[in-house]
Design a protein around this ligand. Structure first.
Ligand code: ATP
Length: 308
């Protein structure tokens, strides 16, 4: 059994003469929550459409559960559920009937499957409502419900929290966390709301103008950008020398502008301030910080020098 739910090797997609994805390499391990990050037009939806079979790549190889021929991929897509752009449903008929339609279309036996997904996405009390009367957030949930019919092993979601109100965002976040942790469903999702993505994703793919700038796990970002103390002192070289001698720490780095980052500090912030004053050095700045996904992304866009 392959360890990967999806892989892209040197995948290129063009729309006419415009290259939307340029030799992109992405690997999604089973059980991962893969967050696709990128500005408008970076190529996120294009990648998700390729995976879901809405469009085809011009070059490179896509793999789903280890299969890559077009025919085998079609077969493997039965193991996936996707919500890309506006989910397609019939506005005149009820939520329940829409789901029933998709259940039959997907060949999923037993009406219970519809009730189960309605329960899962929190739409059970609205099942008799006509779809056209649903709010945007409710439509998002219905899209997710359609994707979940048939218990997919891989969920492909384009902006799943777009248009949701704050409590809707929390509910969908909790639902995706549950699907990942309890059912071990692999999830690939795009979002512009990085504070939300940060709470879900275990790995990120950063796309810039159709190119993959970086693929990195949340764990690796944490290690690279751990909790740190940022300090500016009058004599940085002497400060780091006493830091090593007195606190026996070598986990620091000096940035080009002489700012010192003490990574995973062992002492409280006052100890670092005292170290400077006891050794007759002036401090112009002292701050304890944790890098956010937003900061990491903005730095990457600007060349990725800070957290390299
Ligand atoms: N069918 C199409 N024909 C021509 N160009 C297209 C088509 N679909 C997408 N594009 C272009 O390809 C680029 C990537 O689009 P895509 O929708 O994949 O970006 P995205 O990262 O999902 O953006 P957003 O965050 O705005 O949804 C954009 O410049 C877009 O205009």
């Amino acid at each position: 059994m392959t360890a990967y739910a999806a892989e892209a090797r040197k995948v290129t997609k063009r729309y006419g003469s415009f290259t939307a994805l340029d030799k992109v390499d992405i690997t999604v391990k089973r059980g991962a929550v893969y967050g696709l990050v990128g500005d408008n037009g970076a190529g996120k939806t294009t990648f998700l459409k390729l995976l879901s079979g809405h469009i085809y790549a011009d070059e490179g190889e896509l793999t789903l559960f280890g299969c890559h021929s077009r025919k085998d991929m079609e077969e493997q897509r039965r193991r996936t559920g996707a919500v890309i752009e506006a989910p397609g449903f019939y506005p005149q008929i009820s939520v329940e009937k829409n789901l029933e339609y998709y259940r039959i279309l997907k060949g999923v036996p037993g009406k219970r499957a519809v009730d189960e997904v309605l329960e899962l996405v929190g739409l059970a009390d609205r099942k008799k409502k006509r779809c056209r009367d649903l709010s945007l957030g409710m439509k998002q949930r219905l899209g997710l419900a359609i994707a979940l019919i048939g218990e997919p092993e891989l969920l492909i979601l384009d902006e799943p929290i777009n248009g949701l109100d704050p409590s809707g965002i929390i509910e969908i976040r909790n639902l995706l966390q549950r699907l990942s942790r309890e059912k071990n469903i692999t999830i690939i999702l795009s979002s512009h709301i990085l504070t939300e993505l940060e709470q879900l994703a275990t790995v990120y793919g950063f796309l810039t103008d159709g190119k993959l700038a970086e693929q990195i796990t949340a764990e690796e970002i944490k290690e690279k950008c751990s909790d740190y103390i940022e300090i500016n002192v009058s004599e940085p070289e002497r400060y780091t020398a006493v830091l090593e001698k007195k606190f026996h720490t070598e986990s620091y780095k000096v940035l080009p502008d002489k700012t010192i980052h003490i990574v995973n500090p062992m002492m409280d912030i006052g100890a670092y301030s005292r170290l400077a004053s006891e050794n007759r050095m002036d401090i112009s700045r002292l701050e304890r910080r944790q890098v956010t996904l937003e900061e990491y992304y903005m730095d990457l866009k600007n060349g990725g020098r800070k957290y390299a």
